[in-house]
Design a protein around this ligand. Sequence first.
Ligand code: SF4
Ligand code: SF4
Ligand code: FES
Length: 575
Amino acid sequence: MSETTDGQKTTLKMMTGAPVPAPAEPLYATGAPAPVVQPGTEMVTVTIDGKAMQVPKGTNLLEACNHAGADVPFFCYHPGLSSPAVCRQCLVDVKGQPKPVPSCYTPVADKMEVVTASPRVLDIRRQMLEFTLLNHPIDCPICDKAGECTLQKQYFDWDAKYARNDGIKVHKAKHVDIGKHIVLDQERCILCTRCIRVCAEVAQQPELTMAQRGDHEVLTTAPGKRLDNPYSLNTVDVCPVGALTSKDFRFTMRAWELQSTPSVCPGCATGCNVEVHTSREQIYRLVPRENPYVNQYWMCDEGRFTYKRIYDERLGSPVSGGQLVEWDRALEDAAKLLRAAIDQGAGKAEGKIGVVFSAQSTNEDLYALSRLAFDSLGVTRAYVAGRDQGWSDNILVSADKNPNTAGAIAIGGGRLKSLMDLANDLKSGAITTLLVVGEEGVLGDGGTNALPVNKLQALIVLGWRRGPLVNAAHVALPLADWAEIDGTFTNRQGTVQRIRAAVPPAGDALPGWEIVTLLAHRLGMPLEFGGRPATAPPSARAVFLEAREKMAFMKNADWGRTSLPIQLRFANSRG
Ligand code: SF4
Ligand code: SF4
Ligand code: FES
């Protein structure tokens, strides 16, 4: 994604296929990041609270103040949306101006002198907060946003006084079902219009509006509309209070009980950066993580629900001959089947063994498998599988529903054939043994009829979920899924992005690279990573480092720093 700002109007455009810089690391600091300065940009000097600094001409004054560490509060401003300046929380004094100005609506000018915490500004800020809270229901004990609510935070930071309103508050509707995924509480809404702008500017489907006047003003759906666009849940993220709640998440977990792990959505080839929110080893939600080069601040609704796959019909234990077995026995049985195929081919694997790579696997799994398949076994019949193509748009969603097609193609290097070729090779008896690493999409809609795997002498499947292919396998080995492992995916732009383990693997499942390494060891063909013999399985990082050395497309990739999950209470800037 790229963003162009034209005055107050923000538009979103698709990125071209050109490689882009490595993604930004998660940003949990409170200060705004330093503006990116392109060479040749005209700079101006602004003085903020007595501190002179140079910023690009036209920089938003609120961004400049917060970059200078001033901590100017805001509700209606969002860096990915236009600025209507409706909440008046961000007022600052500018020398020469008779009244405080809304910093979110003011571009920086040369020699501007700004005071962010004068007695007049502090008093107005407090008064605006009191005004915003006048009819607010203070539902905090039962509100989903408590603990990450901007109104709570601003109140404690800038006011923290008892309410002076002892009259009856204006009541509004508490439970309005406005869309497939979202419930609105009109009483909690502080009328900031962020959600309206998400629909109009990000999803490009204006579905929300304001109705009525004064203290009876409410957020509502536009006449004849529901909040049903494919990006609707971004309105919940940007809502500074708990007025918009996700039906999937509401009342399941308090924000301060959640831990956040930075990762990447596996839903399609775009690779939106996400935070995986977990508590007690369970995933509760995915929310977008800012990356200006990939997804800016957003993700699609479909991507939010990819976490549910983690709990879907998982294969949790190794299976051999239809029986649950220990890892040791399963690996020995799988190795025996592969050895038999090698013997059948007079010591050569290439004529008898086929290997299926998956566009759902990480680069590390694919690289380890390529080492075993091409370097050790010398197979010549290798195929690539993945989820079927689906819908797409010009905003974020890709038709390719696999997170790592680019990685699979780059690592396969032209040696990977299609599933059609696999069907032909199975029908002609060209392969007798098939090793599948990642079962997603291998059988397609036609199941075992379209792909006659029952013709095989041996079928070994490393699989995430139970299904016809895993059930038909002579040996099935449980694969840890994307939220359970460390590794990297390569998105459609060619950017290698890091995923991180947020929860432990289901049952006894292991990462693909580890199973492949263990299997190679059983076959008497131990794999080396980084020039060191892997007597025990290496780490995902060791596989990554070697892959980066050998694979041109990974040469600028970065494993990133160790990132411990952070506790969420007021920890990031989503509100
Ligand atoms: S529902 Fe939330 S985001 Fe929408 S206008 Fe109200 S406070 Fe703002
Ligand atoms: S656009 Fe693709 S990568 Fe982004 S959130 Fe949706 S499914 Fe996930
Ligand atoms: S943030 Fe500036 S007016 Fe709302």
